[in-house]
Design a binder for this molecule. Structure first.
Ligand code: DNO
Ligand code: MN
Length: 358
């Protein structure tokens, strides 16, 4: 496996590549052009510039998270073909600089959704929190909370211009069922996967977060059965998964180690995050340590290790520690993710030794 770190770019992240160089074991940077909205063209010189910078600091730029999919593709509108052509153009350009994996999602309108970005843990740290009942809230109220809470950073999927058109977007999704969304995803994959096969780039879909429908919108990548159905849409080694434990975790009936074991040969990118789920269905993001939440991180890593996982892995969201929430992106501070890297590598190195019989 290759340990990676999500970095938002030079003027869009309070953490620098020089900070990341000091975290033991991190060799890859997960990047994107975060100022691009879904459907925008990615210019070759911009791609070259970022990947040159990443390489100049000794990292590999093999994973892009995300190239966002335009809503017209998810909705199956006639305009989707133009957006698919643009997507293909981006895949081809990324392959030229050696990108191997593209993470994306197929969630209608919203990316991950929370009701509080800074909920306090008993130890005084704070983290992203989801209050199940509050989600009856007006989505506009929710959008405002997320945009305001992000501080000066642009939040992909929550761009203010896009959120201003929320009524229109909701109207467009009226009548779009799970089956229709699966159909539209299949159409998209049938066009792009042959390009990926030719270019050597794996598509890795990210699960829906939280793993259930919200605001009456369908969500289709949220359980073992949904994943199995997804993989059948187009059967190719280039049609794969980003397996995010924190996204699947809030539904306690998702047996994540079992999902990892079953689909491991399709997992190109592993996201490790822990969540603590309360009896009423609320959940808060927790430290990576298994005991601090409901994700058995050891069993998840053991499932990867047993199958000699060779893909990319990264700590996903972390808590905000020691006051860093004042200047970091929500969920993407330095300290807890760095602790998470060390926890994961500690487990991984021990599993290596056990396997060698030492
Ligand atoms: C949180 C993040 C996601 C992810 C997108 C991919 O789990 O990993 O926000 O970046 O859903 O498109
Ligand atoms: Mn994730």
């Amino acid at each position: 496996m290759e340990m990676t770190w999500r970095w938002y770019g030079e003027n869009n992240d309070s953490i620098t590549l020089d900070h990341i160089r000091q975290i033991p074991g991190v060799t890859g940077i997960v990047w994107s052009l975060h100022d691009k909205a879904a459907g925008d063209i990615w210019e070759m010189d911009r791609i070259q510039q970022v990947t040159d910078l990443i390489r100049s600091k000794g990292f590999t730029p093999d994973v892009v998270e995300s190239v966002n999919v335009h809503d017209d593709i998810k909705l199956g509108l006639p305009t989707r073909d133009g957006y698919i052509d643009t997507y293909i153009d981006t895949i081809e350009k990324l392959s030229k600089v050696g990108v191997k994996v593209i993470c994306y999602n197929f969630m209608p309108i919203f990316d991950w959704t929370r009701t509080d970005l800074y909920k306090e843990h008993p130890d005084g740290s704070n983290a992203l929190f989801y209050e199940k009942n509050a989600i009856d809230l007006d989505p506009k109220v929710m959008a405002k909370k997320i945009i305001d809470g992000a501080g000066d950073f642009s939040m992909p999927g929550w761009e203010p211009e896009r959120m201003a058109k929320l009524d229109e977007l909701f109207k467009a999704y009226e009548g779009v069922t799970e089956d229709i969304l699966f159909e539209n995803l299949k159409y998209f994959l049938e066009k792009i996967i042959p390009v990926c096969e030719r270019c050597g780039v794996k598509m890795a879909i990210h699960p829906d977060d939280p793993p259930w429908p919200i605001f009456g919108l369908p969500r289709i990548i949220r359980s073992r059965d949904h994943i199995a159905r997804f993989l059948k849409l187009v059967d190719s080694p280039y049609n794969g998964l980003t397996l995010c434990t924190g996204s699947l975790g809030p539904n306690l009936s998702n047996d994540i180690p079992a999902i990892v074991r079953e689909f491991q040969n399709k997992i190109a990118f592993a996201h490790i995050r822990n969540v603590k789920v309360f009896d009423n269905g609320d959940f808060i993001e927790a430290s990576h340590r298994g005991k601090d939440g409901n994700v058995d991180v050891y069993e998840v890593l053991k499932a990867y290790h047993d199958n000699n996982f060779t893909g990319y892995i990264r700590p996903d969201h972390g808590r905000h520690l020691w006051g860093e929430e004042k200047n970091c992106r929500p969920g993407y501070g330095l300290y807890d993710r760095a602790l998470g890297v060390m926890y994961m590598l500690g487990i991984w190195d021990s599993l290596d030794k056990l396997k060698e019989g030492k």
